[in-house]
Design a protein around this ligand. Structure first.
Ligand code: ARG
Length: 621
């Protein structure tokens, strides 16, 4: 009998557990059985008092960050000192000055950038620094276009204007008649029926249709309860992203932190800060029911749910000012023809038939214009067509029908020819290349899979325990009528270089290799910028000593960090020459990855131009 009672009580307890505790990842119902709800998610609430005060970014500094303008001088460009270390020559070409700064060479080793206002710094990278560290106490600093050009968005319960002093529930931060419930230095908003969000700022009709491109509602938290950054947040700009210039559909963006979908993603999302890293996630947002309910244009309650003064303040229409531009401005140069395969067939290739478009691969080194930012978790991925000459070299045991697996990168230089590293060639394997793909685990409509007919490793290829020499190979692809890869938006050839490029020049590497957070390699193609390092510098005892010869060169960052790694081998290091990407290096080897004074070593392609030409033009079937 007692046991029955116990079970009955248990049963009741289960029934009465608040719905909140059981909420699914993406919910469609914002209220509990009371009809009222706390404006946050139980159990995993972020932005509690403790989180805010222990957050280094919101540290309150003596003087509140009001000191002089030069405070941040040294963080302008972390690669600056490497640049100096490498003692580049021909310093103004390519133009090292950003934001249209004019470069002037000063003697042999120095250059000066004449920066247009308001940009400053050695390379004109630094815009006005209105949001200095500590300026907003425990609050987010956002940029505005009117003086004083910044505004502090305090983290509740810290109060404006400088977000140093706190006051819990006074004034009431909850909107729409929400009741503020004090809990020590924390608070909860108890929202009226239908309202949700941490400040009850999300109304009952707040939902998105289709992919949420038209969404103009008030949700400002991610799926995991992270508070969204304002689109004009200084922190976003500081990370090289300017949302107002990065996305096609920026109408919905503004000086607020509401979720939006400005870039054709699947649903509204927002940026948030994770420690010192900028990242993003989809929002905790409701999809409109499809039964004819069209969301009424949701009038944002005000510009900022985290700012309790906002309902009295005039909504600001100020656009953010841009402090830094993520791209380097280049001097205007006329495009010279690069070393492309001539439209006339080479002896090794049969003339294209009527089925092959005559324009195939007529130019080289032209990628799709890169949108300034493409988001993936924990980093930025390569957008489609940004490295269209990159291929994945895949192998499987000879004559087996196992799955092909990625082993190395490669570079398309002609419809039927791929350059890769010599050490990527395994004689007992069948090989194929996949061009035009970004993801290794998803079959994409843009990709072309082509069998390798023949692998030609350089005759002087040599491996020692400390280095790999003449690490280059050519793959002849299988095709019909001289056409193997077909030129598309996503598949293009890189140009061959015709000159040595200056040390210190910024070039690009890419691949599916090992990254900091993926030991087995990345499923998504990634790219990074590296600097060419002088041979002398790289042959110093603390770097690679005497093992280097002229079939290789170093590139990367001597302080460590950005580097290629296992799985990237054979892939491209391309540099810009006359506005075309030339294949200057192939990922070859390195002492582990990303270590200080151990940059990546790349095959020096300029050393093998005659070899490449002789092989690709030889009259072989
Ligand atoms: N050998 C490696 C591969 O086969 C490439 C290593 C590059 N290492 C470096 N630190 N850059 O994929």
């Amino acid at each position: 009998m007692n046991l029955k009672l116990l079970f009955f009580c248990l049963f009741l307890a289960v029934l009465l557990v608040p719905a909140e505790l059981k909420r699914k990842k993406r919910k469609h119902d914002r209220h509990d059985h009371d009809g009222r709800k706390l404006g946050h998610k139980h159990g995993k609430r972020k932005d509690r008092f403790e989180d805010i005060v222990s957050d280094k970014v919101f540290e309150i500094l003596e003087g509140n960050g009001d000191d002089d303008d030069d405070e941040d001088d040294d963080d302008e460009d972390k690669s600056e000192w490497v640049f100096k270390l490498q003692e580049p020559e021909g310093l103004c070409d390519p133009n090292p000055c950003h934001n249209n700064g004019v470069c002037e060479q000063k003697g042999k080793r120095r250059f000066e950038c004449d920066c247009p206002r308001p940009f400053k710094g050695k390379k004109c990278k630094r815009g006005p620094r209105h949001c200095k560290r500590g300026r907003c106490g425990r609050g987010e600093c956002v940029l505005t276009s009117t003086a004083p050009f910044f505004e502090c968005k305090c983290k509740e319960p810290f109060q404006p204007p400088s977000c140093i002093h706190l006051s819990v529930c006074e004034p009431n931060p909850c909107r729409n008649g929400g009741q503020c419930i004090k809990d020590g230095n924390d608070f909860d908003c108890l929202c009226p029926v239908g309202y949700g969000g941490r400040f009850c700022h999300v109304g009952p009709d707040d939902c998105y249709v289709d992919d949420g491109e038209s969404y103009r509602g008030n949700v400002s938290e991610t799926d995991d309860s992270h508070v969204c950054l304002h689109w004009n947040s200084h922190f976003i700009l500081e990370n090289g992203v300017d949302p107002f210039n990065s996305f096609e559909d920026k109408d919905g963006l503004g000086p607020h932190n509401f979720c939006r979908n400005p870039d054709g993603d699947d649903m509204p999302w927002c940026f948030y800060r994770q420690g010192r890293k900028l990242t993003w996630d989809y929002c905790d947002i409701t999809e409109c029911l499809t039964t004819g309910v069209v969301p009424t244009e949701i009038v944002p309650t005000d510009d900022d749910p985290t700012d309790p003064t906002a309902h009295t303040a005039k909504p600001t229409t100020a656009k953010p000012i841009v402090t830094t531009k993520p791209t380097t401005s280049k001097p205007p140069t006329t495009r010279e023809p690069c070393q492309t395969p001539k439209p006339t067939p080479t002896p090794g290739e049969v003339a294209p038939t009527a089925t092959a478009p005559p324009q195939q691969f007529a130019t080289c080194g032209q990628a799709q214009p890169k949108k300034p930012i493409t988001r993936i978790f924990g980093g930025l991925k390569v957008p489609p067509g940004a490295v269209p000459w990159q291929v994945s070299l895949q192998v499987r045991p000879k004559n087996s029908n196992q799955h092909f697996r990625h082993t190395c990168g490669g570079v398309l230089i002609k419809s039927c020819w791929v350059l890769t590293a010599g050490h990527c060639i395994e004689s007992m394997k069948d090989m194929q290349v996949v061009a035009g793909g970004l993801s290794l685990d998803i079959e994409e409509s843009t990709e072309q899979t082509i069998k390798v007919e023949e692998a030609i490793r350089h005759e002087n290829y040599r491996e020692t325990p400390s280095a790999v020499y003449n690490d280059i190979a050519l793959l002849r692809l299988k095709g019909a009528d001289g056409v193997c890869a077909n030129e598309t938006q996503f598949v293009k050839i890189a140009c061959l270089p015709d000159a040595q490029l200056p040390d210190g020049m910024e070039c690009k590497i890419s691949g599916w290799g090992v990254t900091e957070d993926s030991e087995l390699g990345s499923n998504h193609l990634r790219d990074a910028n590296v600097l060419l390092i002088g041979q002398e510098k790289c042959s110093e005892p603390k770097v690679y000593g005497r093992v280097l010869d002229n079939t290789m060169f170093c590139a990367g960052h001597l302080q460590g960090g950005v580097d290629s790694c296992q799985g990237d081998s054979g892939g491209p290091l391309t540099c810009d020459q006359n506005n075309s990407a030339v294949i200057y290096g192939l990922v070859s080897w390195g002492d582990q990855c990303g270590r200080k004074n151990k940059p990546g070593v790349y095959t020096r392609v300029t050393n093998f131009l005659t070899w490449i030409r002789s092989k690709t033009q030889a009259a072989s079937p």
